[in-house]
Design a protein around this ligand. Structure first.
Ligand code: SAH
Ligand code: SF4
Length: 363
């Protein structure tokens, strides 16, 4: 191992150049040392208990047209769907019975009143059917302050909104002109102000993204004082404008996965006590990608609760795994995989990050 890397791995607070050096590691032994260090930090600050957030993919209707995403408005090849209230509540009851701490309701973006009030009602109903036990995370894109307020008042307490990249110029190349980086930032600020526990994140390995951009993303997370991070590799989707952005995908995908894992490790080392999700996109590249994410420093998994009938309709990227497995099968298989790497599952717990709890004490 290079002496430089060894020294960086001993540091408690990493500078921009340190982060770049870690993210650029190519040597397997150095990479293993990076993951080992991240795992030590994870054990020390958040422990080795994995928390489950049951993921409900509510709808693939979306008013936006992000260049990378398979359910973008412009993709006419997708059959659009929206789950009924009953279907959502069935998934919620499953999550509650399986003693997941919380559920995530995610969907394409819509701002119309019908949608806003549907979500408001769903949040209320989730609280009712779970006797106030299940935590609720929403991941429904950019909304007005009034909407965020209504959903918070109904009982949602966490919100996931990825910044996608903290580089405003790069953001512009990934979205049509009517999508606005500043508006996304403003949404994050509003969510904080209203009291949500806010999660954000980026895609890793985007076309045009540099290692310095990723290092700056980590600085952005720190500046925003986020409690949760959800990040994953960018994976091209064949029906999008970025379909051909990584032409030799089959040769590149392993590198894309490793880059994402190094990013998880670097974030863990730098931010220490936050929750970091080991996302499905990791698993889309390698069937044990999420376990690799846990070993690189992540501590949250979002098992998919969406009925298989709809799963094919919610493909943000190509190669989404477990298209033919229902939630029960996923739960059994996940538990085995997690215990196989020596970790435990925080059943029946909300699993707020120590960072969030500490921040609360200070305020
Ligand atoms: N509409 C909401 C939530 C659904 S999209 C929103 O955009 O916030 C959830 C996440 O999927 C996005 O934030 C993006 O980071 C990720 N995503 C979309 N397309 C992707 C792709 N091709 N590869 C990897 N991740 C992708
Ligand atoms: Fe819609 Fe989200 Fe996909 Fe953008 S990333 S097109 S907002 S679902």
């Amino acid at each position: 191992m290079r002496l430089g890397i060894e020294k960086i791995l001993q540091k408690d607070d990493l500078g921009r150049d340190d982060l770049i050096a870690l993210l650029d590691i190519d040597d397997p032994a150095e990479e293993a040392a990076l993951f080992k260090r991240a795992y030590e930090v994870k054990q020390r600050y958040v422990g080795t208990k994995v928390y489950f957030r049951g993921l409900i993919e509510l709808s693939n209707l979306c008013v936006k047209n992000c260049f990378y995403c398979g359910i973008r408005r412009g993709n006419g090849a997708v059959k659009r769907y929206t789950l009924s209230e009953e279907e959502v509540l069935d998934a919620v009851k499953f999550a509650h019975a399986a003693r997941y701490g919380s559920v995530v309701i995610q969907s394409g973006e819509r701002q119309d009143e019908e949608f806003v009030s549907f979500i408001e009602r769903l949040v209320t109903r989730v609280k009712e059917v779970s006797h106030n036990e299940l935590g609720i995370t929403l991941s429904l894109g950019e909304q007005s302050e009034a909407t965020y307020r209504r959903w918070y008042a109904a009982g949602a307490h966490r919100y996931l909104l990825r910044i996608e990249t903290s580089n405003a110029l790069l953001y512009k190349t990934l979205h049509p002109d009517d999508h606005d980086f500043e508006a996304r930032l403003e949404s994050l600020r509003t969510l904080y102000k209203l009291g949500y526990q806010v999660g954000t994140g980026v895609m890793i390995g985007l076309p045009g993204q540099t290692t310095a951009d990723l290092a700056d993303d980590i600085a952005f997370f720190k500046k925003m004082d986020v409690a949760m991070i959800g990040m994953g590799p960018f994976i091209p989707h064949h029906e999008t404008p970025l379909a051909a952005s990584i032409p030799d995908w089959q040769e590149q995908k392993e590198r894309q996965l490793r880059r994402a894992l190094r990013m998880i490790a670097a974030v863990r080392i730098q931010l220490k006590d936050v929750n970091i999700a080991s996302t499905t996109a990791l698993q889309a590249i390698d069937h044990v990608g999420r376990e690799m994410g846990l070993l690189a420093g992540a501590n949250i998994i979002m098992p998919n609760l969406t009925d298989t009938e709809y799963r094919t309709g919610y493909q943000l990227y190509d190669g989404k795994p477990c298209m033919d497995e229902n939630a029960t099968m996923c739960a059994g298989c996940l538990e085995r995989r997690i215990t196989s790497i020596g970790e435990t599952i925080g059943y029946g717990e909300w699993g707020d990050s120590p960072h969030f709890k500490n921040a609360k004490k200070e305020h």
